[in-house]
Design a protein around this ligand. Structure first.
Ligand code: SAM
Length: 371
C-alpha cells in the first residue's frame, strides 16, 4: 500500500526523506523537501524504508521546471527540478546533520559559496557511444540515454557533441571523454582509463575560489611548513606556495605529479618537493628527517574514500593546523575521529558548491590546536 508523506529533507544519496505517523523513515528518489508525495515502500530495514515515488500530490514551492528533456532518465544530474539556492541550503543541512551525528560543531559554519554559474559549468564530460546512441548512462544502468545537449556542460563541449553525432553510427561501444583544455580548445580521449591524465576539478570558476579559500586559511594560520597529501597536479599547492617557507606534496598519480612538477619548473622559492607515493601509515617514514616531525600544517584533499583512517599517523607535537578539503562528509567524519583526542578543534567549515544539480558536497574545513 502506498503511503502519503511530507518530505522534510534530502539525504546524502539525494533521496527525499519523510516520516509516517509511527516514526518510520522513508527514502524516496525524486522527492524534494516540501513535497507531499504518495510513495510505495519497496524494502524495509527496521524503521527505514526505501520507497518509489508514485505521485507528487502537492509539489514543494522549491520545485522548478527542469531545463533538460532527459532529466530523470540520464544518470548525470539529481536535481535539475530543485531551485538552485534551495539545493545549496539542502547540502548545508545534510552536512550539519552528518557533523552533528559525530559531535563535531565547528566554531564557524560559514555561508556556502554557491556557484554563480550553476548551468553550463562542466569543463569535462564522459560520453558513451554505441550504434546510433550517443549520450550518458542511465541511472544505475549501462543503457545509454541519447542526448542532444547537456545543460550542465560547457557550451564548447556541447558543440563538440553535435560534431561527434556526425561520426555515428558507432560500430564498437566507445567511451569518449571531452574536456576544455587550457587554451579553451576541446580535447578528446577515446577509451582511456578513468582519470588517465590525473584528477582535475570540473567547475573551473569554483575551483579558483577553492584555491583562494585554501590559500587564505594557510595565510591566516601563519603556516610555514606544509605537508600536502593528495596534492594531484598541484592545483591547491600553486595557490598557497608563495606564502610558506617549505612544502612537501604527495600524490599516487604519476601523470598528476608530472603536471605538478612542470607547473613548478623555474621556481626556487619556497623549498618544495613532490613525491609520488600512496598515502598510508608508512608514508611518514619516507619524509625527510628534518621535515617529518616539523611541519606545522597538514593539508589534505583525498578522494571520496577519504584517507582510509591513516590521518592519525601524520599527527605530531609541532603540528598546529589541519586543512581538510572533502568531497565526502561520511569519510571525513571517520577520518577526523582521531583529532579530538589529539587536541584539535574544528575552527571552520564552508561548503563550496562544485557540483550544482547533483547531490555531491564539497567543503573546506580547518582544525587548529592550541599551544
Ligand atoms: C580529490 S583529488 C585532489 C587533487 C588536488 N588536490 C586538486 O585539487 O586537484 C584526490 C587526489 O588523490 C590522489 N589519490 C587517490 N588515492 C590516493 C592514495 N591512496 N595515495 C595518494 N594519492 C591518492 C588522486 O590521484 C588525486 O590526485
Amino acid at each position: 500500500m502506498p503511503v502519503e508523506l511530507t518530505i522534510e529533507h534530502v539525504n546524502l544519496t539525494g533521496q527525499g526523506v519523510g516520516k509516517d505517523a509511527e516514526g518510520n523513515l522513508y527514502f524516496v528518489e525524486g522527492a524534494l523537501p516540501g513535497d507531499r508525495v504518495l510513495a510505495q515502500p519497496e524494502s524495509e530495514k527496521g524503521r527505514y524504508r526505501d520507497a518509489a515515488l508514485v505521485q507528487v500530490v502537492q509539489p514543494s514551492p522549491e520545485r522548478v521546471d527542469s531545463v533538460c528533456p532527459v532529466f530523470g532518465k540520464c544518470g548525470g544530474c539529481d536535481w535539475l527540478d530543485w531551485d538552485y539556492a534551495s539545493q545549496v541550503r539542502g547540502k548545508e543541512k545534510m552536512l550539519q546533520h552528518v557533523l552533528g551525528r559525530s559531535n563535531w560543531e565547528p566554531k564557524r559554519f560559514l555561508p556556502s559559496i554557491a556557484a554563480e554559474q550553476p548551468l553550463g559549468y562542466r569543463n569535462r564530460i564522459q560520453l558513451r557511444a554505441e550504434g546510433k546512441k550517443l549520450g550518458f548512462y542511465r541511472k544505475r544502468s549501462h543503457d545509454i540515454v541519447d542526448i542532444e545537449n547537456c545543460a550542465v556542460a560547457d557550451p564548447r563541449l556541447n558543440e563538440a557533441l553535435t560534431q561527434l553525432r556526425g561520426e555515428g553510427p558507432f560500430a564498437q561501444p566507445t567511451k569518449i571523454e571531452l574536456a576544455v583544455g587550457d587554451e579553451g580548445k576541446v580535447e578528446r580521449l577515446d577509451n582511456s582509463p578513468h582519470a588517465a591524465a590525473g584528477f582535475a576539478q570540473v567547475h573551473s570558476r569554483q575551483n579558483n575560489l577553492l584555491r583562494e579559500m585554501v590559500r587564505d586559511i594557510v595565510q591566516r594560520a601563519g603556516a610555514k611548513t606544509v605537508l600536502e597529501l593528495f596534492a594531484g597536479n598541484g592545483n591547491l599547492t600553486m595557490g598557497y606556495a608563495e606564502h610558506v617557507e617549505r612544502l612537501f606534496a604527495v600524490d599516487s598519480s604519476a601523470p598528476a605529479l608530472e603536471a605538478a612538477r612542470a607547473a613548478w619548473k623555474g621556481r626556487s622559492q619556497p623549498k618544495a618537493a613532490f613525491l609520488e607515493a600512496r598515502v598510508d601509515k608508512r608514508l611518514v617514514r619516507r619524509l625527510p628527517g628534518d621535515f617529518r616531525e616539523h611541519y606545522d600544517t597538514l593539508l589534505l584533499d583525498p578522494p571520496r574514500s577519504g584517507t582510509q583512517e591513516c590521518l592519525g599517523s601524520f599527527l605530531h607535537d609541532n603540528l598546529k593546523t589541519i586543512v581538510y578539503v572533502s568531497c565526502s562528509p561520511v569519510a571525513f567524519t571517520k577520518d577526523v575521529q582521531c583529532l579530538e583526542a589529539a587536541g584539535f578543534q574544528l575552527e571552520q567549515v564552508q561548503i563550496i558548491d562544485m557540483f550544482p544539480h547533483t547531490r555531491h558536497i564539497e567543503f573546506v574545513s580547518w582544525f587548529s590546536r592550541s599551544a
